[in-house]
Design a protein around this ligand. Structure first.
Ligand SMILES: Cc1cc2nc3c(=O)[nH]c(=O)nc-3n(C[C@H](O)[C@H](O)[C@H](O)COP(=O)(O)OP(=O)(O)OC[C@H]3O[C@@H](n4cnc5c(N)ncnc54)[C@H](O)[C@@H]3O)c2cc1C
Length: 345
């Protein structure tokens, strides 16, 4: 019987019971407005507050993607926590510092006002002002959109190979996807699972060096022009049905888990039209977490950070808060744009 500590999906999140300590005040001009209450946003708020900054957090769900995770086993110092428990711990630390949080609503508009003040519009129909803004709005893993995917989501279907791979030692694993994320996941999983089959509906797009490594492995099978049509299982994943587009054949592959590695959609919200992003739609930031918009910073999964993990997002949030504090202290010009890459924090 499989250990089913498996992570949940965006469609099956744990409920967020966090209500927040106090609401942000419409009449205050905050030093920092943080959008997003996941690990990046909450840790940024903590660091900013401890620097004496007046900060408020706006996030529809306190905990972010952690709420989609049944067990977090790789956040050092916390042993095993459910994603819900870790979210509560993060939220409690923010509450203890008296940082205002608006949860249950989205930020759906923004405007640059005079005197370098940025105004945010929230779906509670209120407006909030700040000298700086941190976008910590995370991303949403893309789904295959096939029968069985959602039904077996916490029972063998995973969106995070780094997180869930260790649960499937010596099992038969499927990786869906053909880009670098899929290839890296397959390389990692090949050290854990008994056999790994990478299924790509077209041709592989991963870097040559990654594909060359994969091709060397005896326990890895690479399938191109093959579409996963369905994931089957009673209690947990048992097999997948695929369609070989070249031969025009349908067949079944026995499997214990399916890792969906077809990318993430960054949540850019109302800043979408104004931000400089990379080919994956991730926000481009400099080493101080500045975006191309003066006064607007970004951290965590919404940026082009290489690895999407809680500890990395939290650390990125801390770094952003320290950069913002520095910028507020030195009063350094906010009128820097994409050319800022070379600047020190
Ligand atoms: C199924 C799954 C399991 C995972 N398991 C693990 C694991 O075990 N260990 C690990 O280290 N990592 C895990 N991860 C990855 C980890 O959860 C993320 O890397 C991390 O949460 C990213 O943090 P973040 O703060 O950047 O963004 P998020 O956690 O995505 O938080 C962003 C928040 O901002 C909110 N938001 C977005 N737009 C707006 C808006 N306009 N207004 C207000 N709020 C907004 C979002 O709703 C969200 O709540 C998992 C991810 C998934 C999907």
């Amino acid at each position: 019987m499989l250990d089913l500590h498996l992570n949940l999906t965006p469609e099956k999140p744990a409920p967020s019971m966090f209500t927040g300590p106090v609401a942000p005040d419409e009449n205050v001009v905050y030093d920092l407005l943080v959008i997003g209450a996941g690990p990046a946003g909450l840790n940024a708020a903590l660091y900013a507050k401890r620097k004496g900054r007046n900060v408020a957090v706006f996030g529809d769900r306190v905990g972010g993607q952690m709420l989609n995770t049944s067990m977090v086993e790789n956040y050092i110092g916390t042993s095993q926590n459910s994603g819900y428990e870790l979210s509560q711990k993060f939220g409690n630390d923010i509450e203890a510092l008296g940082i205002p949080i608006l949860s249950g609503y989205l930020i759906d508009g923004w405007q640059q006002e005079e005197d370098d003040v940025i105004k945010l519009y929230a779906t509670n129909r209120k407006q909030y002002r700040g000298k700086t803004v941190l976008l910590a709005t995370g991303s949403t893993p893309r789904k295959l959109g096939i029968p069985g995917e959602i039904e077996l989501a916490d029972r063998g279907v995973s969106y995070c190979a780094i997180c869930d791979g260790p649960l499937f030692k010596q099992k038969r694993l499927i990786v869906a996807g053909g880009g670098n994320a899929a290839a890296e996941a397959a390389l990692d999983l090949a050290r854990i699972g008994r056999e790994v089959t990478v299924v790509q509906r077209s041709e592989f797009r991963a870097d040559h060096i990654l594909m060359a490594e994969l091709e060397k492995l005896d326990n890895v099978t690479l399938l191109t022009q093959t579409q996963i049509e369905r994931i089957n299982g009673e209690e947990h994943v048992e097999n997948i049905e695929v369609y070989d587009k070249v031969r025009g054949e349908r067949y079944v592959i026995e499997a214990d888990a399916v890792f969906v590695e077809i990318g993430h959609d960054p949540n850019l919200g109302p800043f979408k039209m104004d931000l400089e992003v990379n080919d994956n739609g991730e926000i481009i930031v400099d080493q101080c977490n500045r975006t191309n918009i003066p006064g607007v910073f970004a951290a965590g999964d919404v940026t082009e950070t290489m690895y999407k993990q809680i500890v990395i997002a939290a650390a990125d949030g801390a770094q952003a808060a320290l950069s913002i504090n520095n910028e507020l202290t030195t009063g350094e010009s906010r009128m820097q744009t994409a050319a800022h890459k070379e600047r020190n924090c």
